[in-house]
Ligand binder design. Structure first.
Ligand code: ARG
Length: 588
């Protein structure tokens, strides 16, 4: 069901009929425009596009084409200056659109475009021994949404959590644990306890510099595979992941692989050898680098003076490993734009190494996150932890349900869906490159040491609004569709599509018809917000249709048509929500 190509065909046919001798190479139908004002038609063909070839004034072309078009069942063509404006036959448009959607409602928007192709997606990629905080929210939900979008379009997806589980800090942490920690406290305190140990290390090392050596020695032991060091290191990792897993479960985010930085320990030497063999490695101030001055970039650091590998070295090994293992056709890195240079360097080095697939690596970058206008800073307490954030949103959602629909069944489950929905939606609402500032309340408190501090809490009031452009609003619209469908009597009548010829029904139909384009576009541009926008517009259009029309009309045939439109809307909204990672409760 694609009105654009139907109308394009109509135009091309008319051109051939009106100007049989004209030589037009391109598919002129592609020139169709959507008029700014719907009253001017559903599509407009700009005839000046042909005036050069035909050596004729646009209004005259429009007139000749209008005369050549005779398909009232599809659309009516009207001249307007140099434009040929098309008005769909509304009944026909409603019938065709609904037939197309309702033949497989849950598949509307999907395709086989990705069939046989694999996309690797590196997202979330949290750091070990750090609590999962709001700085990793965007990458987590953007990546999750892209995974769902690609899958919906037939791709085979491999989602990878490239854990930050490497660096000298782990040596220091083990050292601190050995001196001042114990198993039980860490098990109980989790990541927070590890952070406390790490902070203590910093403080103590200022007085006793030998601790730094000790920390380094522990790190060396991890690197060398010493059993004791490895055991503690892996345990730290498990503790962190256990905490993170709670958040992932709430968000319904899952990974195929947790191969993090440390996974590449034994996979870097071959890469270094290869760089050497290909004459790409140069020594610079004792370190080994790949020169990128030709590309106007600083050199890519491969080995430090002391022989230690770097973040980039791991990413080179990871990219090659992913190609060797998954044979990807595309490899995405959903990482903040601060790492823009890093990825440009890594991709360029891969290209210089002669890997043709380097061009298939894409940095999907996104904007900065701030809290009430302040940049994130763990040290200054300008931070919100994801588990707190989600729990607060769920709690607020619960309070709203208590107030609005106290008799709702499964309140707890629905509060979770709405709260989480509000969080995800607000992150995927705008273009990913846009910075996000979350409105915050600053709550004063006194910490264990008696120091007055401020805790940041995101204010979810607005995001939980059932009337604004929010996740709950779209979810609520879906629940409204479901409620209409529950109330609709068993339909026996053949739908009468003349009941869907008003502007509001037509606008809704049009948006539903364009939904597949929005999904394809979101995939092309790696931009989930295009789906967010499409599904929000559909929800708004449905509500307008709902207020302007009596869906449960007493004429069975009209009722049948409106119920069909409601059914299609419910299905498409549900799909749209699921593509951005939101659930669609049937009652709210
Ligand atoms: N752990 C990193 C961070 O938190 C992100 C890793 C992104 N992925 C990658 N392959 N470099 O900044």
């Amino acid at each position: 069901m694609d009105m654009r190509s139907t109308i394009a065909e109509l135009v091309e046919k008319a051109i051939r009929k009106a100007f049989p001798d004209a030589e037009l190479q391109e598919s002129v139908g592609g020139f169709l425009e959507v008029p700014p004002d719907r009253k001017m038609g559903d599509f407009a063909f700009p005839c000046f596009r042909l005036s050069k070839t035909l050596k004729m004034a646009p209004p005259l072309i429009a007139q000749r084409l209008a005369e050549a078009i005779d398909e009232p069942g599809t659309a009516k063509a009207v001249c307007a200056g140099g434009y040929l404006n098309f008005f769909f036959n509304r009944e026909n448009f409603a019938r065709e659109t609904l037939a197309a959607i309702l033949s497989a409602p849950e598949k509307w928007g999907s395709s086989n475009e990705g069939l046989g192709k694999t996309v690797c997606m590196d997202y979330s990629s949290i750091n070990i021994a750090k609590r999962f905080h709001i700085g990793h929210l965007s990458t987590t939900v953007i990546g999750n949404s892209l995974m769902r979008i690609y899958r919906f379009l037939g791709w085979n997806t491999v989602s990878i959590n490239h854990l930050g589980d490497w660096g000298t800090q782990f040596g220091k942490m083990i050292c601190a644990y050995k001196h001042w920690g114990d198993k039980e406290t860490v098990e109980k305190g989790g990541v927070d306890e590890m952070t406390r140990l790490y902070v203590r290390f910093g403080v103590e090392a200022r007085n006793d510099p030998s601790l730094e050596d000790e920390g380094r020695a522990w790190f060396k032991r991890i690197e060398d595979g010493d059993p004791e060091a490895l055991e503690i290191f892996h345990w730290f990792k498990d503790v962190t992941l256990k905490d993170a897993m709670r958040v992932y479960d709430i968000l319904d985010v899952h990974f195929d692989s947790y191969a993090g930085e440390s996974f590449y320990n034994d996979k870097m030497q071959p890469v270094i050898d290869e760089l050497k063999a290909k004459n790409l490695l140069q020594q610079s101030e004792g370190a080994w680098v790949v020169d990128l001055s030709e590309d106007k970039m600083p050199p890519c650091l491969i080995l430090k003076q002391d022989g230690a590998t770097l973040y980039a070295t791991r990413d080179l090994a990871a990219a090659i490993y992913r190609q060797d293992t998954y044979h990807f056709n595309k490899s995405l890195y959903v990482v903040a734009y601060q790492q823009d240079l890093h990825f440009r360097q890594v991709f360029r080095v891969l290209e210089k190494m002669g890997y043709p697939w380097a061009k298939d690596c894409v940095h999907v970058s996104f904007g900065m996150v701030s809290l009430g206008g302040e940049a994130l800073s763990t040290r200054d307490g300008v931070i919100v932890y994801l588990d707190d954030l989600l729990n607060q949103a769920i709690q607020k959602a619960r309070a709203i349900i208590e107030e609005k629909s106290p008799n709702l069944e499964q309140k707890e489950e629905i509060a979770r869906q709405i709260g989480v929905g509000a969080v995800i939606y607000s992150t995927l609402q705008n273009n990913r490159i846009k910075d996000i500032d979350y409105p915050c309340d600053k709550i004063p408190y006194v910490d264990e040491d008696g120091t007055p501090r401020v805790k940041y809490e995101i204010n979810w009031e607005k995001a939980l609004n059932f009337d604004g452009e929010t996740g709950p609003y779209v979810q609520y619209t879906h629940a409204r569709c479901c409620s209409v469908l529950r109330k609709a009597p068993e339909i026996l009548a053949e739908p009468d599509y003349s009941g869907l010829c008003d502007d509001d029904s037509q606008y809704l139909l049009r948006l539903l018809g364009m939904f597949p384009e929005a999904v394809a576009d979101a995939c092309d541009k790696d931009e989930p917000s295009l789906v967010t926008r499409a599904v929000t517009e559909i929800a708004k259009a449905f509500n307008k249709f709902y207020y302007e029309n009596r869906i449960l009309d007493d004429q069975p045939a009209v009722l049948a048509a409106r119920v069909a439109l409601t059914r299609a809307s419910a299905a498409v909204i549900k799909t749209g929500l699921s593509l951005i990672g939101l659930e669609a409760p049937e009652r709210m």
